[in-house]
Design a protein around this ligand. Structure first.
Ligand code: CMP
Length: 139
């Protein structure tokens, strides 16, 4: 069963010029890009996207970070891509993320309040549908 997932290249990834490298890894794994855009996220979009994290200590720094520059949003398609992209991305904390993963190879702790971990990927089929609807309304 073909799935779709929402991938974000966060502002740290775009700022560091890693967009091509990250998209290359997704395509090299064999997944297809079904939609792709560069945009700046506003408070309304981020509040909806990160609703489950509201109230956590890193929520405000996370929203500020996500507004600090443009984000690349993509719909990525393939069999079991939700699990597959999370495996490509590696663990949330880039310090411990395994080498070979996007976060493990390209990310690290910069001593900031929020984990700047380069990418986001939907964590379940329900999240994927919800997040694709937020970032690509009308798709
Ligand atoms: P993501 O999985 O895309 O969604 C939540 C984000 O919050 C996560 O990536 C990190 O960027 C950030 N985050 C999650 N947990 C922490 C934490 N304990 N401290 C700081 N930032 C975090």
């Amino acid at each position: 069963n073909i799935e779709r997932t929402l991938v974000l290249i966060k502002p740290d990834g775009v700022r560091r010029g890693l967009t091509g490298e990250i998209l290359r890894r997704i395509e090299a794994k064999g997944y297809a890009l079904a939609a792709l855009t560069l945009r700046s996220a506003d408070d309304e979009l981020l509040a909806a996207h990160y609703a489950e994290h509201e109230g956590k200590p890193f929520y405000a720094p996370l929203v500020e970070f996500m507004k600090s520059g443009p984000v690349v949003a993509a719909v990525v398609e393939g069999h079991r891509v939700i699990e597959g992209f999370r495996s490509l991305a590696g663990a949330t904390d880039p310090t411990g993320a395994l080498p070979g993963t996007i976060r493990g190879d390209l990310g690290r702790d910069w001593g900031l309040k929020v984990q700047q971990n380069l990418v986001h990927g939907s964590d379940s089929p329900e999240s994927a549908v919800r997040e694709i609807g937020l970032w690509f309304p009308g798709s």
